[in-house]
Write a protein that binds this ligand. Structure first.
Ligand code: HEM
Length: 398
């Protein structure tokens, strides 16, 4: 990972056109060295970030959000009513990269369908909670507008996963290209807004560093895709080399659409594993913001009857992630649930995969829990007609 403190820093604020509500440009820092151009930690989305800065200042976002409401499918033409500059920018990027391979994307879609039960567990219980111990992500999410309403935010974020997992995600009548572009716009707005938050500034790890660099997005990818593959291997869920490659390809296309430069995207799982070990594993740590977000997220499930106790949920998080993260997040122990999960979940998988003939004791507890978890996400997140991702215009109130 870059040694950020040794870098020569210069103000990026003027270059990006980032001027706070007070009229003062936040002092954003970036390295002056040429190497920065090749360093994902110092690459953001310069052209879009500057454009979004202007649109925010000119109070154009509410109208853009309204216009974008009807823009859903990959083959929809761009909506009427967008500022010309934004329409021109979207025209350039609102398409699959030339290297996208539809065959691999279709295979990945089939796999997602086959694996969706396990994905709810890995993404929902694992990656979702892991995001709260990725300090830069937790601080950004907590101090942005969405951090104040985690239920709404979780639902919107789920839209991304939902659209990504649709069979036709990257086909003309799918929605993933549009959803990814909307997300890219949200991230660009966040890069303009968070530097105006005194709260965020006071906790940002590098003083005044912009959030959501290409490196940060790669870390989040590792907490999702790379983590999922690792868990599947650990849980002995069968995957052929072609399936693994297709799954990686789907994520490569998704992070390209989120604005990560192609040269930073891992080409193989070996590269992804190495990058994850370098940039994600050593970075995770508890923060005030992360603890609050985790409590919010786990508390959401208390509103829904998942058929299990909070103690079971705590132990499931510990099982999918690890005890260190469980301790950081003060997840109370429940020894009986711990034993039940450690013995029962591998047997649940083995039965589902046809490796044992008779449903093991506890099968229905896991089955019901995962179904309820899925319904919770689906009810809140999925809307058949619109993708409810909107560009924020402010930070967390207060
Ligand atoms: C918003 C997905 C990486 C911080 C969103 C939204 C989606 C999303 C779908 C829109 C939902 C909403 O408006 O709440 C992703 C994906 C990522 C990624 C798929 C990488 C694979 C990151 C990273 C950070 C981040 C690395 C911070 C370091 C945020 C913030 C918001 C946001 C602060 C706005 C929340 C608000 O509305 O205030 N992201 N994101 N994201 N994301 Fe990301």
């Amino acid at each position: 990972m870059s040694n950020l403190s040794r870098r020569n820093l210069l103000s990026l604020g003027a270059a990006l056109g980032l001027v706070g509500a007070t009229g003062a440009a936040p002092a954003l820092a970036a390295p002056s060295s040429k190497a920065a151009a090749n360093d994902p930690w110092w690459v953001w989305d310069d052209e879009l970030d500057a454009l979004m800065g202007r649109l925010l200042r000119d109070d154009q976002i509410p109208a853009i959000n309204t216009a974008m409401g009807s823009w859903v499918n990959n083959n929809d033409s761009l909506p009427e009513g967008l500022p010309a500059e934004l329409a021109d920018w979207l025209q350039e990027v609102n398409k699959l990269p030339s290297w996208a391979d539809q065959e691999k994307l279709r295979l990945a879609a089939d796999l997602n369908r086959r694996w969706d039960t396990y994905q709810f567990v890995v993404y929902g219980i694992g990656s979702g909670i892991m995001s709260t111990v990725i300090p830069r992500e937790a601080k950004s999410v907590y101090w942005s507008a969405g951090g104040a309403d985690m239920q709404d935010r979780a639902a919107k974020t789920f839209t991304f996963g939902y659209d990504l997992n649709e069979l036709n995600a990257f086909e003309p009548d799918g929605q993933m290209v549009v959803t990814a572009n909307k997300t890219r716009l949200v991230h660009a707005a966040v890069r303009n807004l968070l530097p105006q938050s005194a709260h965020w500034q006071s906790v940002a790890d590098e003083p005044y560093r912009l959030p959501i660099s290409n490196g940060d997005i790669l870390i989040t990818f590792h907490s999702l895709g790379t983590f999922l593959r690792k868990k599947f291997q650990e849980w002995q869920i069968p995957m052929t080399p072609e399936e693994e490659e297709a799954f990686l390809h789907m994520w490569q296309v998704a992070i390209h659409l989120l604005g990560v430069r192609d040269e930073f995207i891992p080409k193989t799982w070996a590269e992804a594993e190495a990058q994850s070990a370098e940039v994600l594993t050593p970075l995770i740590a508890p923060t005030f913001e992360g603890r609050e977000l985790a409590e919010d997220l786990l508390g959401l499930t208390a509103q829904v009857d998942l058929g299990v106790s909070r103690g079971f949920l705590n132990e499931f998080v510990r099982y999918v992630l690890n005890d260190q993260i469980g301790d950081w997040l003060n997840l109370k122990r429940d020894p009986a649930s711990k034993e039940f999960i450690r013995n029962g979940f591998p047997a649940y998988i083995a039965f589902r995969e046809g490796l044992i003939p008779v449903a093991p004791a506890g099968f229905y507890v896991f089955d019901q829990f995962i179904r309820a978890l899925a319904m919770m996400f689906l009810n809140k997140g999925a809307s058949p007609t619109t993708t409810p991702i909107t560009i924020p215009t402010g930070n967390r109130p207060g």
